[in-house]
Design a protein around this ligand. Structure first.
Ligand SMILES: C[S@@+](CC[C@H](N)C(=O)[O-])C[C@H]1O[C@@H](n2cnc3c(N)ncnc32)[C@H](O)[C@@H]1O
Length: 234
């Protein structure tokens, strides 16, 4: 049976452009597990049903081994097929933030890691996530911290990635939803200089990546701030 298509989703400029390299990036993004610990503390998933919304290559599905059930939801057909190939034991379904193929009140925790929730204009997805959350359930969204860490400096230099006032707009939208906000300082740490260079060039134009690399000739990583926004079931 053919799966539904989601023509309104936006293919990601990084994960869809180079999924292998995006897995290299994912391996580097949380070397001490600080981010994952904060996500777990915000909404524990041991024994619970958890959805990784916009799961991309499926990289994070392996980190939910103690969940009751982990479900990856991904609108991009090519990424979905790749995720299934690389994570054959995982349940990965066609869907998007606006169209979740899951029953009402059936999920305890929803994670969206750099996926869909780039406010404003995320009302449809938030409504749909609320529909599937069980009483006591929680949505946890991972976004970039545009104010703290070396990565934030790079974002600030990349006009396309940070339209004026992006951090303020994002904070305001989440505050209007009654969301919790938590900053997590972590790091990117790569196995080699070549990996750092490749990933920086995936994420940023040469006008941003090259001067930073030239100014940090020995770096194999950088400091990276994340912000977790979280909303409980209504
Ligand atoms: C930057 S990638 C992050 C992938 C994954 N969350 C990770 O951290 O490895 C963004 C993902 O969001 C997905 N996406 C795009 N539009 C979406 C939507 N409307 N609902 C859910 N996911 C969406 C993309 O296809 C892509 O897989």
């Amino acid at each position: 049976m053919s799966e539904p298509a989601f023509p309104d989703f936006r293919p990601s400029g990084n994960a869809a452009a180079d999924p292998d390299l995006y897995d290299v990036e994912n391996r580097a993004i949380d070397p001490a597990g600080t981010l994952l610990d904060a996500m777990r503390d915000t909404a524990p998933w041991a024994g619970a049903t958890i959805v990784d919304l916009g799961c991309g290559t499926g990289y994070w599905l392996d980190h939910y081994r103690d969940a009751g059930e982990a479900i990856g939801v991904e609108p991009d057909r090519r990424l979905r097929q790749r995720a299934r190939r690389h994570h054959p034991d995982a349940r990965i379904v066609a869907g998007s933030a606006e169209h979740l193929p899951l029953p009402d009140g059936s999920v305890d925790v929803v994670h969206a890691r750099f996926a869909y929730f780039f406010p404003p204009g995320c009302d449809a997805g938030l409504r749909e996530v609320q529909r599937v959350l069980a009483p006591g359930g929680r949505l946890v969204v991972v976004d970039n911290d545009h104010r703290h860490g070396e990565f934030a400096t790079l974002l600030a230099r990349s006009a396309a990635a940070t339209p004026q006032g992006r951090a303020e707009t994002t904070d305001r939208w989440w505050a209007e939803q009654g969301a919790g906000r938590r900053e997590v300082m972590s790091a990117w740490q790569f196995a080699s200089r070549a990996e750092l260079e490749s990933v920086l060039r995936l994420e940023f134009p040469a006008t941003v990546a090259t001067p930073w690399l030239d100014a940090h000739p020995d770096a194999t990583g950088l400091s990276y701030g994340y912000v977790l926004f979280s909303v409980g079931a209504r």
